[in-house]
Design a protein around this ligand. Structure first.
Ligand SMILES: Cc1ncc(COP(=O)(O)O)c(C=O)c1O
Length: 392
């Protein structure tokens, strides 16, 4: 029986302990597993008998999490990794080798950008960076050796939306796979599988954890692909610890509620910011002023819980806001219970040249708000007291 997503997040893959009946899955905090005899050890290593061997090669907590995420995203199989970046690396390594070509949207997460520029290009994997919101650019970038197109939608920081079905159409004509980083929306708000995406990945550090206490990644796709990706992950050692998988399984049980609340807060805050005299512009997919509002409404069931906005006072106003909020917490990341705020120009991207900032669409007065589950009025009052104090 297939239930609705909210029910699957609570029940989903069976987690009750068969030995004791414990409702909460035990943490299999073990590095290795005992064999009955040498023959059993041999059978397991040869793959003739299923069962655990060693936690880098598989562990009940990580396995159940991978399976549950696959079910939620609508794919055959899933696996987990020690970070979201390990998930991105895993997908690239499982789709392309030296001599191959991949296409990546120009506004991916900074870590993904640096992975590609500083590491992947040195492995003789050709990379094209395009604005995938413009499908012509994707079509133009396709080559005979293109193996994969990687996109994030909405993309940081302007929350640009990419037409997943449009990208899939083009990529599949050239036999390339499409991977969507669904970190910002989660299956609660967007199912890339519906639009034909072959692979979905997550930084599970964000909404899946939800409590700011785990760094982890998820990759889901067809069985054969995950088998290949999993083998690579075991070779490179991109394994997730059992306790972290357990925390994520717990996080999933409340994810629908957390996403719903933080996104209700986000809509109200985005609408309020749009009317505020100190604000130049607000970026949020479910605001009618968003240039791709129609596409966002079609492709997503919610606007998500990340808002970007530009302050009229520019760089100094951004710094002032950071130093004067009392409830919003100055930290990077998103998808947590706590609302996190950051000013890229003076914080995460402080070392970048003006030119590089422009390329990354980061203006001096841009602020990113990752909305949490607090009472919305407290958040609005906190932002307002800091915004009105600025006398630039
Ligand atoms: C969209 C997106 N993808 C991937 C990552 C990388 O994830 P992690 O920090 O868990 O390695 C992040 C991190 O912020 C992200 O926002």
């Amino acid at each position: 029986m297939k239930y609705r997503l909210e029910t699957e997040m609570v029940h989903g893959v069976h987690q009750t302990d068969p030995h004791t009946g414990a409702l909460s899955m035990p943490i299999y905090q073990t590095s290795t597993f005992v064999f009955k005899d040498s023959e059993q050890g041999a059978r397991r290593f040869k793959g003739e008998e299923s069962g655990y061997i060693y936690s880098r090669l598989g562990n009940p907590n990580t396995d159940v999490l991978g399976e549950k995420m696959a079910k939620l995203e609508g794919y055959e199989a899933g696996m987990v990794t020690g970070s979201g970046m390990a998930a991105v690396s895993n997908v690239i390594f499982a789709t392309a080798q030296a001599g191959d070509h991949i296409i990546i949207d120009d506004t991916v997460y900074g870590g993904t950008h640096y992975l590609v520029e500083d590491e992947i290009r040195h492995l003789s994997i050709e990379v094209s960076r395009v604005d995938a919101a413009d499908l012509n650019q994707v079509a133009k970038a396709m080559q005979k050796n293109t193996k994969m197109v990687l996109i994030e939608t909405p993309a940081n920081p302007t929350l640009k939306i990419i037409d997943i079905a449009g990208v899939v159409d083009i990529a599949h004509q050239g036999n390339a796979l499409v991977c969507v980083d669904n970190t910002f929306l989660t299956p609660c708000n967007q199912l890339p599988k519906k639009y034909g995406a072959d692979i979905v990945l997550h930084s599970a550090t964000k909404f899946i954890s939800g409590h700011g206490d785990v760094v982890a990644g998820v990759v889901v796709g067809q069985k054969d692909f995950i088998k290949k990706a999993f083998k690579i992950a075991t070779h490179y050692g991109w394994t997730l610890a059992p306790f972290n998988a357990w925390l994520l399984l717990r996080g999933l049980k409340t994810m629908a509620l957390r996403v719903e609340r933080s996104q209700e807060n986000s809509v109200q805050i985005a609408q309020w910011l749009e009317k505020h005299h100190a604000i130049e512009r607000v970026y949020y997919p479910f605001l009618e002023s968003h240039p791709q509002y129609e596409l966002a409404r079609r492709q997503q069931t919610g606007g998500g819980a990340v808002i970007a906005f530009e302050l009229k006072g520019g760089y100094e106003a951004g710094k002032f806001l950071m130093n004067n909020v009392k409830l919003c917490t100055l930290a990077v990341s998103l998808g947590d219970c706590d609302t996190l705020i950051q000013h890229p120009a003076s914080m995460t991207h402080a070392g970048m040249s003006e030119e590089a900032l422009k390329e990354a669409f980061i203006t001096p007065g841009m602020v990113r708000l990752a909305v949490g589950i607090e009472h919305v009025q407290d958040l609005i009052e906190d932002l307002d007291q800091a915004l009105v104090k600025y006398r630039g």
